[in-house]
Design a protein around this ligand. Sequence first.
Ligand code: NAD
Length: 373
Amino acid sequence: MSPITSLSRRHFLASIGASALTVPSLTDALGQPLSSQTGQDKKLGIALVGLGSYSKNQLAPALQQTQHCRLAGIVTGTPAKATEWTQKYNIPAKNVYDYKTFDRIIDNPDIDVVYVVLPNSMHAEYVIRAAQAGKHVICEKPMAITEKECQAMIDAARKANKQLAVGYRLHYEPFTQEVMRLGQQKVFGPVKFVEASDAFRIGDPSQWRMKKSMAGGGALMDVGIYAIQGARYVTGEEPVSVTAQFSPKTEPEKFKDVEETIFWQFRFPSGAVSTSTSSYTAGVERLYASCEKGWFELAPAFGYGPLKGRTSKGPIEMPVVNHQAAHMDGVCKDLLAGKTLPNHITGEEGKRDVRLLQAIYQAAETGRTIKLA
Ligand code: NAD
């Protein structure tokens, strides 16, 4: 993981408060023109692909608050949603696509960035098609179901000279950035032990999240990935080995296809260890780090906020932001400035996590310690 620079309230507010008009370049990192920059508002146009819960309840409302990007288009297979969204968000008909007409987005100068918000198994196809259409891409987490898919997505973006980001919104969230700093800069001494868990009780058993072919797995793929990220970003290290265990199912009929609860443990090069739980049957949301000279924690640690934190010295006080707006603005600000996106939110980072997700399943299935280094 890339080192986190010290992040005070002042620096953070300064960075997100910068005017959208202070655009230093009219080309992207690879020297290609960015279409929306010719408009008056200097905001990148984002098209959301898949208008489900996350697009509807988080991303579209957040895009009403962003300074460096705007909701410019939609891709949906449901005509009624197209009508509702075009009216609600004033989206012109020419910026509305379905899954068949999607590739025509190549001819649309209003769209700079395609944001893929589909079930996990569909991420690879739509990211690759978006890159082939000459657009920058943001892909939701988990980036894909297999490492091979992730590589194909990275290759497609590279071939198109476009950038690929993953929806790692917490990297732009101040409480999270603070625990990254505390851990990676060893403010309480070296991190010795991390407890990182994310779990909730899932509803509708017929949804795609309960189908292995669409989700890639159960709770681990969906929210366990936050615990993986948490252990990695507070230690600032990559795990060298993993052990894991499935918990016996308490609702075997409901969880026919995917795991209900899973536990895993990472070992890190420094000797630090982490333990994690992810589940679809009960809730927990906590990131705790015990260090040589103290401790720190976030609880809640991974949801939409407000997050809450404390250390062995007292409460963590940071500004509360809209995670999705901060994330999309952070990505688009860099794209507008012609910068290469930070490592910790790119396709390479998404691929690292997918590799770990697969290793955790392998460890749980075989009962063996899986070496990662
Ligand atoms: P959702 O089920 O609410 O929405 C999925 C969308 O995909 C729907 O609009 C649906 O119509 C569409 N779709 C197209 N083809 C489909 C098919 N064959 N089967 C099912 N749906 C199909 O899901 P969601 O909660 O919006 O999640 C979408 C993605 O966003 C997932 O990858 C998820 O992990 C991610 N997500 C991320 C966060 C975050 O905090 N970063 C939060 C929620 C979801």
